[in-house]
Design a protein around this ligand. Structure first.
Ligand code: PBG
Ligand code: ZN
Length: 324
């Protein structure tokens, strides 16, 4: 017999496999993204994302109850405002759709953590993630609006604010504004390595946030660059982000893995809309075993180093995990 390792020894039966499993996937690792919009009498299906809906603020207590019932600890809110404008003013309206949704969740199911997306693309009439100077997205005037938006979310009761516009200095700007407004306990989750990605396609329908001209390549990160993504991670870390994020997930697991080596801070991965719709479509076509492929994918994010997984699969995956 040649000499070789008997690696199968530790996986010969389920008990052995469970004993040596290195990665744990549980409902508490999930964050559920929620789209809020006024004027709906019932949840409105999002056609590009089978199984996902837009909700109005009055539906938040019931939805938050469902989230808590599944053992999922947090939601991430996205607003679809009634009014869009060049200056995105409705994003910091204390009675805006997100601000009211936050209050309704914290009043009804306070143990559900409310995270909010802080970006103006759903609030600007041109759909870019910042204010324009001519046709350029202007970094520093955008920072002021993002800071106001984050403060208004936190004042409404948001537990975590998450800047996603990919402006330089966005984490520092939010941290400074929160601290100046007596909100130093509110953590910032930076969308640190957020790539310019076609996987956001379905989301832009869901949030009505597609840019009316051009693309997001001058502010979102270039898919070809891994070393540069390390700089994004390190700069958000240095700016005081409490949680760092890699987004999208599946095509960027190498970036997540690198981020895990670079920082001791918690890492989030965003399993984005296109990744969700891809698995849903293939499952509905009978090409993949839905439950298995989704749980395998979510497990991969944990294995690659994510503490938190922001995912539209949160509720169904939690139900599957707890019925095992
Ligand atoms: C807004 C934002 C986007 C996503 C999260 N926040 C869209 C974009 O940058 O175009 C994408 C989320 C998803 O695809 O699920 N800046
Ligand atoms: Zn945006």
């Amino acid at each position: 017999m040649p000499e070789f390792e008997r690696l199968r020894r530790l996986r010969g039966n389920k008990s052995l496999r469970d004993l040596f499993a290195e990665t744990v996937l549980m409902p508490r690792h999930f964050v559920y993204p929620v789209f809020v919009k006024d004027g709906l009498s019932k949840p409105e299906p999002i056609s590009a994302m089978p199984g996902q809906h837009r909700y109005s603020p009055d539906m938040m207590p019931e939805l938050a109850g469902e989230v808590a019932g599944h053992g999922v600890g947090a939601v991430l809110l996205f607003g679809l405002p009634d009014k869009k404008s060049p200056g995105a003013e409705s994003c910091y309206d204390p009675d805006g759709v997100v601000q009211r949704s936050i209050r309704l969740i914290k009043e009804s199911v306070p143990e559900v953590l409310v995270m909010t997306d802080v970006c103006v693309c759903a609030y600007t009439d041109h759909g870019h993630c910042g204010l324009l100077a001519g046709t350029r997205v202007d970094n520093d005037t955008t920072l002021e609006v993002l800071a106001e938006m984050a403060v208004s979310h936190a004042q409404a009761g948001a537990d975590v604010v998450a800047p996603s516009s990919m402006m330089d200095g966005q984490v520092a700007a939010l941290r400074e504004a929160l601290d100046a407004n007596n909100l130093s306990e509110v953590p910032v989750m930076g969308y640190s390595a957020k790539f310019a990605s076609a996987y956001y396609g379905p989301f832009r329908e869901a949030a009505d946030s597609a840019p009316s001209f051009g693309d997001r390549a001058s502010y979102q990160h270039d898919a070809r660059n891994a070393r540069h993504s390390e700089r994004e991670i390190l700069s958000d870390d240095a700016e005081g982000a409490d949680i760092l994020m890699v987004k999208p997930g599946l095509a960027y697991l190498d970036v997540l893995c690198r981020a895990r080596q670079l920082t001791r801070k918690p890492l989030a991965v965003y399993n984005v809309s296109g990744e969700y719709s891809m698995l849903k479509a293939a499952s509905q076509a009978g090409l993949l075993d839905e439950r298995k492929v989704i749980l395998e994918t979510l497990t991969a994010f944990r294995r690659a180093g994510a503490d938190l997984i922001i995912t539209y699969h949160a509720l169904e995956a939690s139900a599957w995990l707890t019925s095992n």
